[in-house]
Design a protein around this ligand. Structure first.
Ligand code: AMP
Ligand code: ZN
Length: 476
């Protein structure tokens, strides 16, 4: 079995070959180097953005589950038109402004049980690397200056368009470009560096005072962290053109080596048929959904359960179905934990578990088909429920199944494992504090409610608010 994933660059489903050289077994490969375009921190991210971030998390978790090592970077875009104008409107520094939204973003990642990645570079901390690329392009005659800005000359890069396969006519006529930008030699050219306008944040460079263009940020951070061709680059499909096309052009033109082996793009989350986006105003933030009483893991489940190459239409009915799917898993765990009988071991269990692993891996190895993988997982749950109802599982069998669920949850990240007791703080005390917190919330005494939550957190107890009340678990 080999892991094969659709590659936007080749247009095919390609085997993942970390380092570019085929090896005999997974453990022989070098760590998989991954770069994911991160958020622009000018406001709250919406759950459309989180579809892509949950996918990135699923990808890294699955790679590790399969035995690969990962070396993953996700950037924070903390300088662009929107962040600058947001900070100016509030009359605060760019850093103060972007720090606020970066913090909220990280909080959201935690709520969605998205693992931290190995590198989280900020664009504003990578300016030197950007200038290094621009210098190289300039020296090679591939970039030109005009009124303090520096542009990339697309006509001088042969491979332009290889990722997006844009219709040649479109690129030639500039249909997709801002034709009002007269300062460029060719409407298709894009800014590597932008001369700063009055009152804008800027950096001193050999090209004058200015700030980076968006595309150069990612190319520079990739170079700075990995220093060579990377294995995987991810992002939403809206980034294929122009962002990723431009990243390829700059990086390959500057360093004369392949930039990325495998490009993976996630389809959009839609609302009533349109892309969920800030500009259309049809978006929900994570908080919007949590305030309606849904749990973060239901959202994680919903976003993760659809195949990444299929558009997903967001509905509350879909979220309720996610709730129900999770309830099936919760109920199974409760039933497994409280099996009281003294049944003998069920001989066939290991075969059932082997089949589960084999079929699950077969499905997900095939272009990360998690929908199919989940189908197999729920068939397994059905089989186990039947065995439980027929009293055919021993206590050891049940403990073994819980271990399997824990193992699969390394990929899923949405299973809730309740605790029987919890070390230094007793269950009764926890329940009592949860009750007090609910009372406080009812009385709109949010300070007290938060204080109780923090007190429990200090003791290693995590609370989860669901529509059926508050649950708790021990921090792992
Ligand atoms: P941004 O903060 O706008 O740069 O977007 C962060 C990430 O979210 C990028 O990878 C986008 O492609 C992705 N994204 C934006 N809107 C959606 C959507 N509706 N569905 C899925 N991904 C999205
Ligand atoms: Zn990017």
């Amino acid at each position: 079995m080999t892991l094969r994933i659709h590659n936007t660059l080749s247009g095919k489903i390609d085997e993942l070959i970390p380092g570019g050289e085929k090896r005999e077994s997974i453990s022989d490969y070098p760590a998989v180097t991954i770069y994911s375009c991160g958020p622009t921190v000018y406001s709250y991210a919406h759950i459309g953005n989180f579809r892509t971030f949950v996918f990135n998390d699923f990808l890294r978790r699955y790679l590790k589950f399969r035995g690969f090592e990962v070396n993953h970077a996700m950037n924070i875009t903390d300088v662009d038109d929107k962040t600058i104008s947001g900070a100016n409107k509030e009359n605060i520094s760019l850093k103060e402004y972007t720090d606020r939204y970066t913090e909220i973003f990280f909080e959201n990642l935690k709520q969605l049980n998205i693992e931290s990645v190995e590198h989280v570079p900020r664009a504003t901390e990578s300016i030197e690397s950007m200038i290094e690329i621009i210098d190289k392009l300039h020296k090679k005659g591939l970039a030109y200056e005009n009124e303090g800005s520096v542009y990339f000359s697309i006509s001088k890069f042969d491979g332009y368009g290889k990722l997006s396969r844009l219709d040649k006519r479109e690129t030639r006529t500039g249909i997709r470009y801002d034709t009002d930008e007269y300062e460029k030699d060719d409407v298709r050219d894009f800014a590597l560096w932008k001369a700063s306008k009055e009152g804008e944040v800027s950096w001193d460079t050999p090209y004058g005072k200015g700030r980076p263009g968006w595309h150069i940020e990612c190319s520079a951070m990739i170079r700075k962290i990995f220093g060579k061709t990377i294995d995987i680059h991810t992002g939403g499909v809206d980034l294929i053109f122009p962002h990723h096309e431009n990243e390829i052009a700059q990086s390959e033109a500057a360093y004369d080596e392949k930039f990325v082996r495998h490009w993976i793009h996630v389809e959009h989350l839609l609302v009533e048929g349109s892309k969920m986006s800030k500009s259309l105003g049809n978006f929900y933030t994570l908080k919007d959904i949590l305030d309606r009483g849904y749990s973060p893991r239901s959202i994680r489940y919903l976003l993760m359960s659809a195949h990444y190459k299929k558009q997903l239409n967001f509905t509350f009915a879909g979220l309720k179905q996610a709730d129900q799917a999770l309830a099936r898993i919760d109920n199974l765990i409760i039933n497994l934990k409280y099996v009281k009988n003294e049944n003998p071991d069920h001989e066939g269990l290991e075969k059932i578990i082997d089949d589960l692993y084999k079929n699950f891996i077969n499905s997900v190895d095939d272009d990360l088909n998690i929908s199919k993988g989940l189908g197999i997982f729920f068939e397994f749950i059905h089989t186990i429920n039947t065995l439980l109802s027929e009293n055919r599982l021993s206590k050891q069998n049940c403990a073994r199944i819980i271990k399997v669920l824990e193992d699969l949850d390394k990929v899923f990240g949405f299973i809730f494992f309740p605790e029987n007791g919890s070390g230094d703080i007793d269950t009764e005390k926890i329940e009592q504090l949860i009750k007090e917190r609910s009372e406080a919330k009812k009385n709109r005494d949010f300070e007290k409610a938060d204080m109780i939550r923090d007190r429990l957190l200090e003791k290693g107890i995590l609370l989860e608010d669901t529509r059926h009340g508050t649950r708790w678990k021990k921090k792992r």
